[in-house]
Design a protein around this ligand. Sequence first.
Ligand code: BTN
Length: 332
Amino acid sequence: MSQDRVYAALAKCPGEYLSGEELSRELGITRAAVWKAVEALRHQGYAIEARTGRGYCLVETQEKLERREITSYLGQDRPNWQVCGEVDSTNSLCKRLAMEGAPDGTAVIADCQSAGRGRRGRSFQSPAGMGIYFSILWRPEVPPQDLMSLPALGAVAACRAVEEVCGVCPEIKWPNDLVLHGKKLGGILTEMAMESESGLVEYVVLGIGINVCQHREDFEGEVADMASSLETELGEKVSRPRLAAALLHQMDALRREALCSPEKWLAEYRRCCLTLGAQVQLIAGERRSTAVALDVDETYGLVVRRSDGTVDTVRSGEVSVRGLYGYVPEKE
Ligand code: BTN
């Protein structure tokens, strides 16, 4: 579609003028078609200035998290992904699509979630215009235990996407919180369904939420003291569509690579994991105990040394890290 191509050409150099002639040559369409596309884009709310003798210029405004903008960063076409303005939860939508037969690799990106969900039945604040809410559906024919490491691997892929776009790699709080400068940037929720006859996974949905543009006052309730956003921490603008495109790329890479080169991904996880070496509090129901995190094993379990000296591997439950999110454990 000419509009998408004209948008992509202008978006490559926002704030700069491109002449109608250059655009027509680059895109192989007439100057009249360029002008028609610009008019249509303006009607859709894009701020494009036109100056005689200079051409057209996309005025730098906050980019929308829409299909056209994300496509302009994707480079090549990718099937089976959709962008929603508002949805209850991208994970829930992906699960509904899975039940309707959507294929492996189907991805959903939303600008806003009315019922965003976090781990342990918590909600995930997902206001419009501020974050990225992303879910991807896979249909690997493996037993569920083969996917135990998926939430952790998803965190590595999300870190790679942030680093690609912002030049800074977040840390990971075991198992999969994304953390920057000691504040939570986002998290991951993985859900799966199993086929009872075969005992194999029917589908798995990996959902990622990243806070991008929020200011401190945008976070409500108990997360207000521990959450932050990329823009607040980095002090500069971050393009949500560019980050969404990077997430799509990295999730596709995860699907292709992780099962055949698990050591590479595990090494990257260990490098990013801020929990390693830290004093932690293990919370299992009502029970709390302190320990030191020693390692992350091949199945992404957290190896800890308890205060009585025993070494154990933790696979579930809540783990607080000393000094993070305001947690300071009592002296033993
Ligand atoms: C957590 O930190 O507890 C996990 C948060 C996961 C949030 C993402 S946003 C996209 C996807 N859809 C949801 O409803 N949740 C996940």
